[in-house]
Design a protein around this ligand. Sequence first.
Ligand code: ADP
Ligand code: MG
Length: 290
Amino acid sequence: MIELDSLVKRFLHKDKEARETWKTAVDGLSLSVGEGEIFGLLGPNGAGKTTTIRMLTFQTAPTEGRIFYDGKELSEHERELKQLIGVVPQHVNFDQDLTVGENLELHARLHHMGKEERRQRIAELLQYVELDSVVNDRVRRLSGGMKRRLLIVRALIHRPRILFLDEPTVALDPQVRRRIWELVRRMAREQVTVFLTTHYIEEAEALCDRVAIMNKGKLISLGAPLELCRKLGAYAVEWDGSGGREYRFFRERKEASGFAAMFDGQEKVQVRRTNLEDVFIELTGRKEGI
Ligand SMILES: Nc1ncnc2c1ncn2[C@@H]1O[C@H](COP(=O)(O)OP(=O)(O)O)[C@@H](O)[C@H]1O
Ligand SMILES: [Mg+2]
């Protein structure tokens, strides 16, 4: 169980004249995540997702607020709780001149794993993600998708109970993205709690049991993707209106179709299911979306 209690992170910014101002990246975030859950933080660039993950993984201290894993406060049990977590960062950060095996070995040693245990765990995980054939290749030679899978392997070596992934499928093609989703689902089935960030709507909808939608550091909505869409109305009608694309939401498809039938054909009317992007736009009024 992960609990965030009124988390705040402010950064000090200096402008050209060296005037200092505080910028709030995360603004009073409270939520909890259950064991074995796949939880997603969804929001546009700059929403505060990475900053939140960094606070949850000992990379930066909160300005205010507290974090608990299984009721234990992070700042007071750092050594113990660090062993509980695995972290997949937003950017690939291997030593690219070392081989796949060497990189993983290094990580396993940092976690004080014995030689035999290291060997077995690395072999098992590489097989699991079908990277066993490249164990002796330099990381530099792997494709983007392979490097991403390798980041996940590295995060899993010491058998963490909570896996953090920051934008795990950014810039990957749809096929590779699906393989990573499958891997994440497999981890959740093994009772690993998964906490991920994404700015892809489909990723949050396809993968997450629950999502927290963030904007400008604040939580704007929280719940299962379907539940959030239903709250707004499960069916959307969109059309070209006087102020650009316009939207209305309905509980039943029949109501939506009835409304759409009243247009005369010039407005490019579409009836479809409501998605999380609609939820975001409706709650923030921001047309550019997530
Ligand atoms: N180390 C830092 N120093 C100053 N400002 C930062 C730092 N990290 C993030 N920020 C600012 O905090 C805000 C949130 O950033 P971030 O958490 O990276 O958002 P996201 O991951 O959702 O794109 C942004 O405005 C960003 O510029
Ligand atoms: Mg980020």
